[in-house]
Design a protein around this ligand. Sequence first.
Ligand SMILES: Nc1nc2c(ncn2[C@@H]2O[C@H](COP(=O)(O)OP(=O)(O)OP(=O)(O)O)[C@@H](O)[C@H]2O)c(=O)[nH]1
Ligand SMILES: [Mg+2]
Length: 441
Amino acid sequence: MFETLTEKLDGALRKLRGQHRISEENTAEALNEVRTVLLDADVNLGVVTSFIETVRQKAAGREVVASVTPGQLIIKIIYDELVALMGSERSDITIAADIPSVIMVAGLQGSGKTTFSGKLANMLKAKGRQPLLVAADVYRPAAIDQLQSLGEQIGVPVFTLPGATAREIAKRAIPYAKENARDTVIIDTAGRLAIDEAMMQEVEDIKAFVKPHETLFVVDAMIGQDAVNTAKAFHDRLQYDGVVLTKLDGDTRGGAALSIRSVVGKPVKFVGTGEKMDALEPFHPDRMASRILGMGDIVSLVEKAQQTFDQKEAAKLQEKLVTSQFTLQDFYEQLQQVKKMGSMSQVLSMIPGASKLGNLNDVDEKELKYVEAIILSMTKEERANPSVINGSRRKRIAKGSGTTIQEVNKLLTQFAEMQKMMRNFTKGKSFARMMGQRLGR
Ligand SMILES: Nc1nc2c(ncn2[C@@H]2O[C@H](COP(=O)(O)OP(=O)(O)OP(=O)(O)O)[C@@H](O)[C@H]2O)c(=O)[nH]1
Ligand SMILES: [Mg+2]
């Protein structure tokens, strides 16, 4: 699901890769594209506008930490915002201590209410509950048959009263459940059009009459922008507790998942991903955001980098870079910072497209090990001031690190070049990026 959205976001952000600092200018274009993508995906205009503004504010002036490109950082910010937009935490349905606990299901015609009622009963049964399905759709005889056949399939009884009104059926189902040791009642109502006043009134009546512990609004994710309007129209009358987004297995743009929560203020609680009785998943905002971005790996990479790269260390380092006091000791410590994030090839493997660099990674890894061993074989004085390293010291260091004098020379030359390069920066760059440049990336 959401493939198009993912691809487009990726396309917009690709332009940001390779830039060192997030600025108004370099985000403006990407954010504009993100905006178009979200609008194309049927996300509500108001939601898109505030979303983009939040991301812009959070991204502005952000320094890019080690091993993270601005594009990746923006993806992380967008990801966090998407999660927040969809409700941050997973929210479950209320199961009351009362027997029975009552759940009412409402929504537009054909949205998947009856299917969802069956799926939910099936899920609750698997958790040890004793559900009772209630067929309160009296307008189409086939609707009752449909629920009965689903009930048979999952081994859950179905309550109905031929000739009674929906309200009566719902009301009578409660004592029936008690008498028959059913601890959870799921009321499936008739499909209605939001504009159909008589039917809206009926569902409102059922709710007032039965006082369900949980009222769920079922909406077809394929209807796009309309999902938000419908969700709002139903909420005005029903004040439901949560939303069920169905047909996410189809070719849907996903706009509904993004906007319903922020427009109506109620969480999506489940997603339907197929016609079968087991095709129901609890809704996880974080997983959905990862899926939308299709870049879960980048998110974890950025999180890892932010955790391991100490901000104070970074400030200290920057100071040193500006005043050209960067020593081999600092170099070594930076190397350890990068290593905390995993091996160089591991870090690279989390970046989409980096695999194209092929076995370059292995070479770098080895080279880094040599660099480390060489620095470790130096004295404190040598690390602080490499100019004291004369011929005999070079020989000793090579021997101590199991390398050759040539390799020691190579490192010292590279380090001298690096120092020179650093002097040219007014602001410090991260070691990882320096390494990236040195290694020709
Ligand atoms: N692919 C897919 N199809 C679904 C899903 N949920 C429901 N359907 C299908 O959508 C159609 C309508 O589902 P119903 O459960 O009958 O919808 P309803 O809201 O009860 O419809 P009415 O009672 O007529 O208002 C059926 O063909 C279902 O099999 C889903 O998550 N994925
Ligand atoms: Mg139905």
